[in-house]
Design a protein around this ligand. Structure first.
Ligand SMILES: NC(=O)c1ccc[n+]([C@@H]2O[C@H](COP(=O)([O-])OP(=O)(O)OC[C@H]3O[C@@H](n4cnc5c(N)ncnc54)[C@H](OP(=O)(O)O)[C@@H]3O)[C@@H](O)[C@H]2O)c1
Length: 260
């Protein structure tokens, strides 16, 4: 990862920057001296979030499930040194009760848009011989529990493959896998999180600090928090058939997306 405190000014573009983990990235990168391009569909929140940073930001109001808006953001991506593909959402409905349009929008935002913005950014970065992409996935990407988890599994696999391809050009791609992180994510999806033990919750600023530290170390996969390192290691070690049975017993095998 490039250091914005020395050398020429660097630009970072963050999607879903008005709230939660995206806003935490904006705070951390503003402190590091990055010029910021903040993308979100919520204009009012985006302005409020940018206003609290104390640095000048370019604001791009865009709904990344809308083609014309994605194309606008793609244009920006060719010019940035750091891209954080972070916009995402969950829902709490059972699989067969979820309108297919909502599942398609989720797949679009959390796979197609990640692909398109990454591919819009990488050629410029590779040409300049520098740059980084962070794609926000989830710990759930290691567990077959929902359409949501399937999109995040795609983000992990895509990012690891892209990381290998661009490493010779001195460009980094990293999948960030948060566990439960205190943001508006669960309230927006009207999920009841009251049963989640306190020790499983991460703070968004802590998560982002760990992610940026991992990016600096050249890691292609970042799983902040020791508890989630253990959970992900278990998810990878347990045979798929057994995992499928455990998820069914615990009621997490129904394709309902409860977590982030
Ligand atoms: N929080 C967790 O526990 C957790 C865990 C694992 C992974 N994650 C992942 O982390 C990322 C950030 O989540 P968060 O927790 O920070 O959630 P958040 O607080 O809800 O913030 C997400 C931001 O993205 C925006 N957004 C959603 N859909 C968009 C679209 N179509 N176009 C443009 N902007 C859009 C949201 O706007 P609206 O408010 O208008 O929807 C919101 O401002 C997501 O990819 C999520 O899947 C979160």
């Amino acid at each position: 990862m490039l250091d914005a405190r020395s050398g020429p000014p660097l630009t970072a573009l963050i999607t879903g920057a008005a709230a939660g983990i995206g806003a935490a990235f904006a705070r951390a990168l503003a402190r590091e001296g990055y010029r910021l391009v903040l993308v979100d569909r919520n204009e009012e929140l985006l302005r409020a979030s940018a206003g609290s940073l104390g640095v000048e930001c370019e604001l791009v109001v865009a709904d990344l499930t809308v083609e014309a808006d994605v194309a606008r953001v793609e244009e920006w991506c060719g010019r940035v040194d750091l891209l954080v593909n972070n916009a995402g959402f969950g829902h709490r409905r059972e699989f067969l009760e979820t309108p297919v349009a909502e599942e398609v929008a989720m797949c679009r935002l959390q796979t197609e848009v990640v692909l398109r913005l990454t591919m819009a950014a990488l050629p410029g970065m590779a040409g300049r011989g520098r740059g980084s992409v962070v794609n926000t996935a989830s710990v759930l990407g290691f567990f077959p529990s929902s359409t949501y988890s399937a999109t995040k599994s795609w983000v992990v696999n895509f990012s690891l493959a892209a990381a290998r391809s661009v490493r010779p050009s001195n460009v980094d791609v990293m999948a960030l896998c948060p566990g439960f992180t205190r943001t508006d994510f669960h309230d927006s999806a009207r999920m009841d999180m009251s049963g989640i033990p306190k020790r499983l919750w991460l703070d968004a600023d802590f998560l982002v600090a760990k992610a940026l530290r991992d990016l600096r170390k050249g890691k292609a996969l970042s799983v902040p928090g020791w508890q989630y390192k253990v959970i992900v290691a278990c998810g990878r070690a347990v045979p798929l058939g057994l995992l499928q049975r455990v998820l069914t017993w615990t009621g997490k095998g129904s394709l309902a997306a409860r977590e982030g």
